[in-house]
Design a protein around this ligand. Sequence first.
Ligand SMILES: CC(C)(COP(=O)(O)OP(=O)(O)OC[C@H]1O[C@@H](n2cnc3c(N)ncnc32)[C@H](O)[C@@H]1OP(=O)(O)O)[C@@H](O)C(=O)NCCC(=O)NCCS
Length: 148
Amino acid sequence: MPTWDWAALAGEDLPEIVAIEEAAHSYPWSEAIFEDCLRAGYRLDGAFSRGQLIGYSVVMSVLDERHLLNLCVDPAVQRRGVGRFLLERLFESARAGGARCVILEVRAGNDAAIALYESAGFTEIGHRKAYYPAPGGREDARVMRCLL
Ligand SMILES: CC(C)(COP(=O)(O)OP(=O)(O)OC[C@H]1O[C@@H](n2cnc3c(N)ncnc32)[C@H](O)[C@@H]1OP(=O)(O)O)[C@@H](O)C(=O)NCCC(=O)NCCS
């Protein structure tokens, strides 16, 4: 299993973050959304390979809950364990900070992400109808939680 570096992200990482976001998501966040996240004090953490950003997570803390708002891996290196690596680091830091659970929303049709989350211990705790924009209509969200 390859190892990667894990580090907090900041404003200077935004161009690399946005490039991955636009390559990986069908409805990418804008740079302004990431700026708002940094300004709001959300945790942005990155996985690095030889100094190059290859994936990231965005986490909001609410008391003893951690809300995973975004998890994204560069399409060029997907399916090599980077998503799982980011989740594991997130779990470790959440536990160290006294968190009780991690909560997220995911598109009901995002089979790759759902497979990753289920394998990491997330289970469905809710369902939001027509939550996301989608081609030709709206897509449901699954709300998932992992107890730490
Ligand atoms: C979802 C995402 C973060 C997964 O990252 P990744 O680095 O490719 O995932 P990993 O290699 O760590 O995969 C871990 C496990 O997740 C599951 N998985 C990941 N990608 C999968 C795919 N395309 N199809 C089926 N299962 C998949 C598998 O169980 C995999 O374990 P395995 O390879 O041993 O079978 C990545 O596909 C991504 O960035 N997608 C676009 C953005 C996105 O949808 N983010 C989630 C928003 S909620």
